[in-house]
Design a protein around this ligand. Structure first.
Ligand SMILES: N[C@H](CCC[C@H](N)C(=O)O)C(=O)O
Length: 286
């Protein structure tokens, strides 16, 4: 099976062109191929597929974390799917419409000197911040004056985390701190990801504000652990910061793997802009 290794600012996945290949059990393949010692290595597996018959889109993305769990959406991933579809001649439309678990998204892209996709702006659609729709279970958290912000507690250590909950199709909890580098993400991440308040688990982001339009963030991803970037997470961080009165509707986010621009526009949609990079191609033994 032919694959392409790609990344969106360091959030790296193994991509398979489903117009050319058939992947029978993606949940199993994701766990094996994403292993950084025994496989190709990556934060998971992403499939470029034909859109469903009844869906008005140029193609479809399915995304699997490295633990094999499927997610509704992947922001860094969908930019790379756009690049793969265009650069392999599968889709030439610009803007491109990609079917995802968060609906059909529209992506506009620029080309480099070789005519390959370099930078992509994704219309991520409307963020969701009604607690029950994220979803979260308020009964397992302490409520605050804000309907989308709750206090989570670790019952074993008594640690408390004030988190704002936003869905971009997939769920995100954002915690604002003075210094993201002081956070013990390896210890705290999995406990928050699997907190009883999160019926579908949760993507976790710690965020430090430098100004009303510039942040630094670190992420523990549902199903993949620490990643160098999270596109849906950066989108949720922008929205959470606006809801909490901490930042403007347009921000620059610094993630460990690179930068993204997020813009929550007057049409109510969140727009994310960033690069998409092909690293190498290979042949995976069936
Ligand atoms: N781990 C996420 C999916 C990947 C999201 C992230 N890599 C992105 O760029 O949005 C989840 O289970 O919801």
């Amino acid at each position: 099976m032919q694959f392409t290794k790609m990344h969106g600012i360091g959030n790296d996945y193994v991509y398979v062109n489903g117009f050319e290949e058939t992947v029978e059990q993606p949940e199993e393949l994701a766990q094996v191929i994403a292993d950084r010692h025994f496989g190709v290595g990556g934060d998971g597996l992403i499939l470029l597929l034909p859109a469903d018959k009844d869906v008005e889109a140029d193609c479809r993305m399915r995304m699997f974390n490295s633990d094999g769990s499927e997610s509704e959406m992947c922001g860094n991933g969908v930019r790379c799917v756009c690049k793969l579809a265009h650069d392999r001649g599968v889709v030439k439309a610009n803007p491109m419409k990609i079917q995802t678990g968060a609906g059909v998204l529209t992506l506009a892209y620029t080309l480099d000197d070789e005519g390959m996709v370099s930078e992509v702006t994704v219309d991520m659609g409307e963020p969701i911040y009604v607690a029950e729709q994220v979803p979260v279970l308020p009964k397992h958290m302490k409520e605050t004056d804000e309907p989308h912000t709750f206090v989570l507690e670790f019952l074993d250590t008594g640690e408390l985390f004030t988190a704002t909950m936003v869905s971009m199709g997939n769920p995100h909890a954002t915690i604002f701190v003075p210094d993201v580098h002081a956070i013990d993400l390896e210890r705290i991440g999995p406990k928050l990801e699997n907190h009883p308040a999160f019926p579908n688990r949760m993507n976790i982001h710690f965020v430090q504000h430098h100004s009303p339009d510039e942040v630094t963030m670190r992420t523990w991803e549902r199903g993949s652990g620490i990643t160098l970037a999270c596109g849906t997470g950066a989108s949720a961080v922008c929205v959470s910061g606006v809801l909490d009165g901490r930042n403007d509707k347009k921000i620059l986010a610094h993630l460990p793997g690179g930068d993204l621009t997020l813009d929550w526009r007057e049409d109510g949609h969140l727009y994310m802009t960033g690069t998409a990079t092909e690293v190498f191609r290979g042949d995976w033994p069936e």
